[in-house]
Design a protein around this ligand. Structure first.
Ligand code: ADP
Ligand code: MG
Length: 679
């Protein structure tokens, strides 16, 4: 079999199961091989009766005292109990709803059991254990991989399919140059995959993982290298700093120390004369906008234009207002260009931009369309960078004469990941919030408590505060009935919330004018409760909102939840965030806990990263980041650095071919390294 073969030839995997597997992203032999175990069970760890185990599975060897008996409880429920002697202690093995096990165990024989041991009412018990007769333990003590559940796929299907794949003549191309493989003491690909899925010992697994991680780290480095930009000196001269201090003094508040130090970083970049390529990282509400305004002020003072790209039209409008407001006494001209402008208006603005009569141009992607000619673009600021692909950004940079670039990110990127993503990017952190902010109180509830939450929300609204209610979907989905949507929630709330409160519904499918007027009304305090999709996730800045209720919260990523929560707590009122979910999955609850317990976006990002890997974290498809299976870059910087050197060697020695590789990489960053040809 080959890497790219379909799963059709595999026994036990019919059309239905193929469909279920495809839903989990497993369509080929290669993707099945890349479906790594979630963990391994090691049954060679034995426990002693005097220790107490609760939550940990252990093995024990015990003598079966008699054949056991089945107790019928009501209906189909039954308990099968087998009395055991475990090192002179009487305990019992208890099996729920498996009456067919009756007759399995032989009196006075020794067995190995594996499971959780609990002290319970009626003595010590091992519940639903795995077992084997001690005289013939077979594979009981071999490591057993455990795979993440896939809906519609019984647990045994994946191991069986994998063993068929390995039993045949599996071909796995290994593109790692032999010299590197031997100098790094790495397994070949096929052996690595074999031991990952069918290990004999823990040592096997470690070796297998090492090889796979190495691949991933190398792949990341190859990707970075293929898109790396050279450092260049800038033709843009910024040397007029007079007026800066008095401008900063004219702002409605004092800058925080963090904001101040970011400004210092920016000034230092300008003074060095290199092309600035800076990431400004600050948690939601930390005050990044004013940094952008100050940078734009400096540009304008020195005769250059600034382009400011926002991820959505709503945000472009909002930033247009903030910029105009903060720059109002400076004579600096600000214009907002978006797709929804009338053609005539837009043309007029663009003409003025081309003549240099506009200093700050704010907009969405419309900005990077060919139609915009700048007079002398000096700085490109991208807000909420996680919304843009790397490509879009560089496209805009190409428009001017290599302008300075600044990326404002509210989704905190762990430091290591920033390094991986932008080896050449400098990073400034704003790591404090403006004074006077109260921590947002965060709670996680089941939907059954929604009526209580609504009561609370109404209390807040009677005090004059505003509310967001967030749903993952715009309208009801037939496939995912349990996921909440704005349309039906809006209708429901119209019924449930007292008529005096003003409500509106906002989502991406509305016409731009409608969206704008709803946002405007909300800004003005004319709407009390806004039911919306995550369209409000970034940038909406209304200090009067005190409560955000997020329905079907399990559908959002952690960083996204943190962003959404950041829409409240922007003023001096105590604010509240309610995460509402009906999900009982351990994963979900763990993720909700992270949000409830953490206020710091960087900490949350790290946790998110650990739980899900960077692919999901960024919305994998948009960002050209390879999906990682086993590698955790936050923990494995050393490996990333080591593979960087190797990637360099490979690049150099395959100069010509690498050019082909580069194009390939830019097109599809995700191909497995096993698919990349080195020769
Ligand atoms: P974000 O970093 O999320 O983009 P914003 O720039 O929108 O944050 O700022 C959030 C709020 O904090 C805005 O209302 C802004 O006016 C206010 N703000 C920014 N800096 C300060 C400061 N130094 N002191 C007080 N308020 C500030
Ligand atoms: Mg912002």
């Amino acid at each position: 079999m080959k890497w790219e073969d379909s799963l059709e030839k595999i026994k036990g995997v019919g059309p239905k199961r193929r469909e279920a597997l495809a839903k989990a992203g497993i369509k080929t032999v290669g993707s099945l091989l890349s479906y790594y175990p979630r963990k391994y069970i090691d049954r060679s760890v034995f426990g002693k009766p005097e220790q107490f185990f609760e939550d940990q599975e252990i093995s024990l060897k015990a003598t079966v005292l008699d054949k056991g008996r089945v107790q019928r409880i009501r209906g189909n429920l039954s308990i099968f109990t087998v009395p055991l002697l475990w090192q002179e202690n009487k305990i019992s093995a208890v099996f729920f709803n498996q009456p067919y096990l009756k007759g399995t165990f032989q009196e006075n024989q020794d067995y190995y059991f594996y499971g959780k041991v609990k002290k319970a009412y009626g003595g010590t018990k091992i519940t639903n254990p795995q077992y084997v007769i001690a005289s013939n333990p077979g594979k009981f003590f071999e490591l057993t991989p455990v795979y993440r559940n896939i809906q519609g796929i019984p647990g045994s299907v994946i191991p069986k399919a994998l063993s068929q794949i390995f039993a045949g003549d599996l071909e796995v191309r290994d593109s790692m140059p032999e010299e590197i493989r031997s100098s790094e003491k790495l397994l070949d690909m096929k052996s690595a995959l074999k031991v990952i899925h069918f290990p004999q010992t823990a040592e096997d697994v470690i070796q297998g993982i090492e090889r796979l991680k190495f691949n991933e780290a190398l792949k990341i480095n190859m990707g970075i290298m293929s898109s790396a930009r050279e450092k260049r000196y800038s033709d843009i001269e910024i040397n007029l700093f007079a007026g800066l201090e008095s401008f900063i003094g004219s702002l409605p508040y004092d800058l925080t120390a963090s904001q101040r130090s970011v400004i210092d970083d920016i000034i230092a970049d300008f003074e060095h004369g290199q092309v600035m390529n800076r990431l400004v990282q600050g948690d939601v509400g930390s005050g990044k906008t004013v940094i952008a305004v100050i940078a734009a002020f400096l540009m304008a003072q020195n005769g250059y234009q600034t382009a400011y790209m926002a991820p959505t039209e709503i945000l472009a409008q909002q930033h247009g207002r903030s910029f105009s407001d903060l720059l109002k006494n400076t004579g600096i001209t600000v214009e907002v260009v978006t797709g929804s402008l009338k053609a005539k208006e837009k043309r007029a603005i663009l003409e003025r931009v081309a003549k240099g009569q506009v200093s700050v141009i704010i907009g969405t992607h419309a900005l990077i369309q060919q139609s915009v000619d700048y007079y002398n673009l000096g700085l490109v600021i991208t807000d909420e960078q996680h919304r843009f692909g790397v490509k879009q950004r560089s496209q805009l940079s190409l428009k001017g004469n290599q302008p300075h670039t600044m990326v404002m990110s509210a989704t905190p990127i762990p430091r290591t990941l920033a390094l991986i993503l932008y080896g050449d990017l400098s990073v400034s952190y704003i790591d404090e919030l403006p004074k006077g902010r109260k921590p947002i109180k965060t709670y996680c509830y089941n939907e059954a408590s929604l009526y209580k939450i609504l009561g609370f929300v109404q209390e807040q609204m009677s005090k004059g505060r505003q509310t967001f209610v967030i749903c993952p979907f715009i309208e009801a989905s037939e496939e995912l009935e349990e996921v909440r949507d704005t349309e039906s929630v809006y209708l429901e709330l119209l019924q449930k919330i007292e008529p005096g409160f003003r409500m509106a519904c906002l989502h991406g499918r509305l016409k731009s004018e409608d969206k704008e007027s709803i946002i405007e009304a909300f800004n003005q305090g004319e709407i009390d409760c806004l039911v919306a999709t995550s369209i409000i996730e970034v940038g909406i800045d209304v200090p009067n909102v005190s409560t955000i209720v997020i329905l079907s919260a399990e559908r959002f990523g952690l960083s996204q939840l943190h962003q959404l929560r950041g829409r409240v707590g922007r003023g001096n009122h105590q604010s509240f965030c309610f995460l509402v979910t009906n999900s009982k999955s351990e994963d979900t609850l763990a993720r909700m806990k992270v949000i409830v317990n953490n206020r710091n976006g960087r900490k949350i990002a790290d946790e998110d990263f650990k739980l899900r890997g960077p692919g999901d974290y960024f919305g994998f498809k948009q960002h050209g980041l390879p999906k990682l299976g086993l590698l955790n870059p936050t923990e494995e910087l050393a490996l990333i650095k080591r593979t960087k050197e190797i990637a360099e060697v490979i690049f150099e020695s395959h100069n010509h071919e690498m050019r082909i590789f580069r194009d390939d990489v830019l097109k599809s960053f995700y191909i497995d390294i096993a698919d990349i040809s080195f020769n």
